[in-house]
Design a protein around this ligand. Sequence first.
Ligand code: SAM
Length: 249
Amino acid sequence: TSTLYIVATPIGNLRDISLRALDILAAVDVVAAEDTRTTARLLAHYSIAKKMMALHQHNERAMAEKVVNFLAQGKSIALVTDAGTPGISDPGSALVSLVRDQGYKVTPIPGANAAICALSASGITMPHFLFYGFLPVNSGPRKRELEALKPLPYTLVFYEAPHRILGCVADLAEVLGMHRQLIIARELTKLFETLHRCVLHDAPAWLQADANHQKGEFVLLVSGAEIRTEEKVSDQARRTLALLLEDLP
Ligand code: SAM
């Protein structure tokens, strides 16, 4: 009782939901959902009938007060979004922050996440990655943010919408360089799931080769900046400095 559960739901395949998530959804008093129609389909699939309330980007703060009122009455609530893990490029963080401020318990119920799903099957061997989520919609600001990411030696993980995928990939190539590895992870866990690996230079051609390549939902993984062999450079610099110092009077 008096707990807010943050429940991950599938990113496509409806069976990608944990047994514990189903238990919690069946047990709570209310389900707060980003889109109640989407969540109604999921709940119906598992024969769960539940009172729902809409909590999305535009009413999150106002609805958070309602959630706190429910919790004050000893009720338990599950927060779900349309797909994947709430709070990850999705609403939820502001609600969790308020509920924590009020001293109520918040319990995560882990499950699907598109970024981790893509990374797991990418074959990228870099140990570190940076989850960026969505880049700006317009090319100017997008390129500015990419400039800031350019020197980082981490795999970069982006989310992108189908109608922006081509423009986004073009900017990635322009700013980060043509030779970086790219993995286009499309429609994960769904019928037309595709994980295509290429270098940034070849990505626009692949996207344009078939109209279907630009359809659906996308995660983009871009290999990080090559780590420069700073050690070697500085060793050499040290030796040069030592030689110069020898010649000083
Ligand atoms: N909270 C979600 C998560 O945990 O991954 C992400 C929500 S965000 C609003 C939606 C974006 O996630 C999509 O635009 C797409 O970039 C990515 N995404 C979600 N489902 C996907 C899938 N099945 N295949 C590829 N990308 C997906």
